[in-house]
Design a protein around this ligand. Structure first.
Ligand SMILES: N[C@@H](CCC(=O)N[C@@H](CS)C(=O)NCC(=O)O)C(=O)O
Length: 363
């Protein structure tokens, strides 16, 4: 048994272009929490994830010891819980009003996530030139394209004709959130929405808080893809404070990433073996017998269940043994190539159903 949860290895499964994964990596970097990465292809299949017995297809996933966490909302909550602020791992909330920061970070994340699908439609044609990517992302939203004929991609949301049509609306949706930042949280010309004290090389500097991370990630992503934003609609002229803040954030994170040093990259089998041979990060939780869904549907610990996200990526359902179900999460045990792991998902935005125990779908 490891002496402390903080001695357990953390592995982030991601690809560099993922803005969701960036949030987690920036968080780990600013809080000086060491981690390794297992780099994934942009499209399915992802055999490294399948090696953990996991069919979930979204990126990122993160393990702490032998527990694997799905969805960045749960990942960041777990890191907050398992890595409370300390001298080694600074808090990312301002010391002046941490609870207000906590609330603001959550609200901003919610608002930013609400436009993610629109933002994805701002990707320029050059990024969407690979039909395999367009087909893969259609499956992400439940549209399975089997044929390879010339019109095959017509129903894919990211097919050229469809994104061309969706772009004006997507720009308007994005502009609304950016205008909100320009006109409210950044209006007084401040450096960060909420700043925190971060130490490096014996010197304390003011840096961005989690509030900034939750507000910036989507716009940082698009700003760094040439052609994604139309400068005459969403650009520096209309939103000088937002763009200066995005660029300040980018420069700050580049510096911190350099300070953190090279992140170790693990191969899929290497990562899976490391995870399976680690201790669990958390004690085994239970199925809450008073939970309204447990009462209504009779879920029991130890039974086989399916688990999937309800918004997108729902064709890829996990299959495992129900370990826990409580107010905030589902936990199932999956069987991978080298042994079993506990897979945690948020309760909100995910669903389970009873299953006969067949193997996971769509690996
Ligand atoms: N709610 C999820 C969303 C994650 C998400 O949408 N990730 C994107 C990459 S940025 C994704 O999985 N795209 C499809 C894929 O890579 O298979 C989370 O917070 O983790």
């Amino acid at each position: 048994m490891a002496t402390s949860v903080q001695d357990l290895p953390i592995v982030v499964y991601h690809y560099h272009a993922s803005p969701y994964a960036k949030r987690v990596i920036w968080y780990l970097t600013l809080r000086k929490i060491p981690f390794s990465q297992c780099l994934q292809p942009h499209v399915l299949p992802r055999p490294d994830v399948a090696a953990l017995g996991i069919a979930y297809r979204r990126i990122p996933l993160m393990s702490i010891g032998r527990d694997v966490y799905l969805d960045t909302r749960l990942i960041l909550n777990k890191l907050e819980q398992l890595y409370p602020p300390s001298a080694a791992h600074p808090s990312l909330y301002s010391s002046v009003n941490p609870n207000q920061d906590r609330a603001l970070a959550r609200l901003l994340l919610h608002r930013t996530m609400s436009v993610f699908m629109h933002a994805a439609r701002l990707l320029p044609a050059a990024v969407l030139s690979d039909p395999a990517f367009v087909r893969d992302r259609a499956a992400l939203v439940g549209i399975e394209i089997k044929s390879t004929g010339t019109d095959a991609l017509a129903s894919a949301p990211l097919a050229p004709a469809n994104i061309h049509k969706a772009r004006p609306e997507a720009l308007v949706e994005a502009r609304e959130v950016i205008a909100f930042l320009e006109e409210t949280l950044l209006v007084d010309g401040r450096e960060w929405i909420s700043s925190v004290e971060l130490e490096s090389g014996g010197r304390t500097t003011k840096g961005p808080s989690l509030v900034d991370i939750e507000a910036v990630w989507l716009w940082h992503w698009l700003h760094n893809i040439p052609g994604a934003l139309s400068p005459e609609v969403i650009g520096k002229d209309a939103f000088p404070k937002v763009f200066a803040w995005i660029e300040r954030f980018d420069a700050f994170m580049k510096e911190k990433t350099k300070e953190m040093g090279k992140v170790k990259t693990l191969g899929g089998d290497q990562a899976a073996e490391l995870i399976v041979r680690s201790s669990f990060a958390e004690p085994e939780a239970q199925v809450d017998g008073a939970d309204p869904v447990v009462v209504a549907e009779g879920f029991e610990k130890g039974q086989n269940v399916r688990l999937w996200p309800t918004d997108y990526g729902f064709l890829n359902k996990d299959e495992g043994m129900l370990v826990a179900m409580n107010k905030t999460e589902y936990v199932i045990e999956t069987q991978g190539k080298f042994g079993s792991v506990r897979v945690h998902s948020p309760r909100l935005g995910f669903k389970i159903s009873k299953s006969s125990g067949a193997t996971a779908s769509k690996i």
